[in-house]
Design a protein around this ligand. Structure first.
Ligand code: UDP
Length: 331
C-alpha cells in the first residue's frame, strides 16, 4: 500500500493504546501527522511518539471542542478509545456503556461541531456473537454475547444513524484477534490487567507469572481448544490507511472484517511460542471461560475489495517473533 498522506492531520482517539500507537506509527510513515486524543486511563504517554498528545476524555465535550479547535485542518478521526476487558464489562456494565457508548456519542457530536466528516471506528468480531457460520461475513447477524460486544454494536448503529442523518462518512473495522508488535520494537501490547492469550503465554515463559491456564480442552475442534484469527497489529494499522484511501476514492460507508481468514487453535499458539523462543511452556487445563466461542475467523474478501487490504505481517511465526521481542525486552 504505497499511500501518500503527506501533510495531513489525522486525529487518533485512543492513540496511546496498543492498536492506536501502531496506527499512529503507520500514519507517520506515510507522511501524516497523528494527533492523539487520550485520557491515558489505559494507554501510555510513552507510546505517543509521532505527534502531539492531547490529554482529553472522550466524554468531555468542552475539552473535545478545545482540542479539535487546535487542529482545524483535520478531516478524519480514528476512534479506538474504549473499555475492552470483556470480564470487567460483565461486572461493571455501567462503566462500559458510559465510556464506550456515551463516549462515542459525545465524540460524534463534537466531530459534527468541528465539521469533521470522516470516521474510522474500531469495532470487533465480538459484535457477531454465537454462530457456527465460519468464515464470518459482514452480513452475519450481530447478536453479541458480552457487554463489550453490545457496546461496540450500539456504537456501530449510532454511526450508521449519523451517516444517514448528518452525512458522516465512516468505515467500521471489525478486528479479529490483534496481536504481535511493531517490527522495530518501538511499541507493543501492554494491558493491565493482561487477559489475552499471547501476552499471558509470554509472561509465563519469562517466569513473570505462574503456569498458564488453557480455558477449555473439550471444544469441538481438532485439538479441543478454541480457534481464533490472529491478525498482526501492524496489519490492523495498515487497514486504517486503506480506509483513508478508500474515503479519498469516494467511499462513504462500510463495515469490514479485519482478519486473515485462517483459524489457529490455542495449543498451536503455545507450540509456536515454544518453537520460536526455545523455552518450554507448560500449561494446565482450566474450565471454559464464559462467553468464549469455539471458533471465530474472518472472511477477508470484503477487506480486499473495499480497502485493498491484504495482510502482510500476520504469518504466525512473525506474530510470535515480534511479540516475543517486545515482551522479552520490556520484562
Ligand atoms: N485463553 C486461555 N488462557 C488465557 C487467556 C486466553 O486459554 O490465559 C484463551 C481464551 O479462552 C480464548 C483464546 O485464548 O479461547 C483467545 O483469548 P483472548 O482473550 O486472547 O482473545 P479473545 O478471542 O477472547 O478476544
Amino acid at each position: 500500500m504505497n499511500i501518500d498522506l503527506t501533510g495531513r492531520d489525522i486525529i487518533v482517539v485512543g492513540g496511546a493504546g496498543y492498536i492506536g500507537s501502531h496506527v499512529c506509527k503507520s500514519l507517520n510513515q506515510r507522511g501524516a501527522r497523528p494527533i492523539v486524543f487520550d485520557n491515558l486511563s489505559s494507554g501510555h504517554a510513552h507510546a505517543v511518539k509521532w505527534g502531539p498528545l492531547e490529554e482529553v476524555d472522550v466524554r468531555n465535550a468542552d475539552a473535545l471542542d478545545q482540542a479539535f479547535a487546535k487542529y482545524p485542518q483535520t478531516k478524519t478521526v480514528v476512534h479506538l478509545a474504549s473499555s475492552i476487558e470483556v470480564g470487567i464489562g460483565e461486572t461493571h456494565p455501567a462503566e462500559f456503556y458510559d465510556n464506550n457508548v456515551t463516549g462515542a456519542l459525545v465524540l460524534l457530536r463534537a466531530m459534527d461541531r468541528a465539521k469533521i466528516k470522516r470516521l474510522i471506528f474500531s469495532s470487533t468480531c465480538a459484535t457477531y456473537g454465537e454462530t457456527q457460520n465460519m468464515p464470518l461475513v459482514e452480513s452475519e447477524i450481530q447478536n453479541p454475547v458480552s457487554t463489550y460486544g453490545k457496546t461496540k454494536l450500539a456504537i456501530e448503529h449510532m454511526i450508521q444513524s449519523f451517516h444517514k442523518a448528518y452525512g458522516l462518512s465512516y468505515v467500521t473495522l471489525r478486528y479479529f484477534n490483534a496481536c504481535g508488535a511493531d517490527a522495530e520494537g518501538d511499541i507493543g501490547e501492554e494491558h493491565d490487567p493482561e487477559t489475552h492469550l499471547i501476552p499471558i503465554a509470554m509472561q509465563s515463559a519469562l517466569g513473570l507469572r505462574g503456569k498458564m491456564k488453557i480455558f477449555g480442552l473439550d471444544y469441538d475442534t481438532p485439538d479441543g481448544t478454541c480457534i481464533r484469527d490472529y491478525i498482526h497489529v501492524t496489519d490492523i494499522a495498515r487497514a486504517h490507511i486503506g480506509a483513508i484511501n478508500a474515503f479519498d476514492d469516494g467511499l462513504t460507508s462500510a463495515e469490514v472484517n479485519i482478519g486473515t481468514g485462517q483459524g489457529v487453535s490455542n495449543l498451536e499458539i503455545l507450540k509456536t511460542i515454544e518453537r520460536v523462543t526455545g523455552l518450554p511452556l507448560p500449561f494446565e487445563k482450566a474450565p471454559r471461560r464464559p462467553g468464549d466461542l469455539s471458533r471465530l475467523y474472518a472472511d477477508p474478501t470484503n477487506a480486499r475489495s473495499v480497502l485493498g487490504f491484504e495482510p502482510q505481517h500476520s504469518d504466525l511465526d512473525n506474530i510470535i517473533k515480534t511479540a516475543w521481542r517486545f515482551h522479552s525486552q520490556n520484562r
